[in-house]
Design a protein. Sequence first.
Length: 217
Amino acid sequence: MGIVLVLLLACVGAVSAADLITNGGFESPINTQSWQVYSNGNAVPWTIEQGIGPVSEPTLEYQTAGTLGLAPDEGNQYAELDSYANVNISQMVALKKGITYHISFAQTCRPEESGTNSILGVYLDGVPLSSTTCDQTLSWTTHTVDVTPAADATAKLMFADEGLTTQSYGVLLDNVKMEYEENHQVPVPEFPTVALPAAMIVGLLGAVLFIQRTREN
């Protein structure tokens, strides 16, 4: 009987979280050393662009726990947005009107780069969503921001190292997500009132009981 009830209720629908970000934990590619730098076109599913300060080629640095003695916020790797100069990283995301998207990310900085030397700006199609710093070095803080588009759009979500210095120390970033609630509806017959589905369930349970009693007799 319990199984029948669970199956019937499961047909109503379910909700799960979907994430629009690819490689938000910076786990791909896998480092072969404690830290490595990557440019565009090197299997890094982020677009890497020049940020504040001149640089011959913008690169994204991947680090592991062995680099600074800092355990990643999740997984085995995290990113530094200032391998040789400040850089911006971005992904294109497809958004639907009226859906609320929950953006979250973990941020910290190197011991040399606390406060205004490690500013992280978050933008959606050039519109600023957030500006955060790290108050404590080598200790992850998770930040969140919600956005609800007024129209369907394909937008550029960008994380920018906006630290005031432009040497090779900067924002450390990990566990980037852009999630929304996704409804999975299983087609069911339409009823004029909510009482009818309940009555149908009771009727089915009664039929099961009747069959069981008939078999016992």
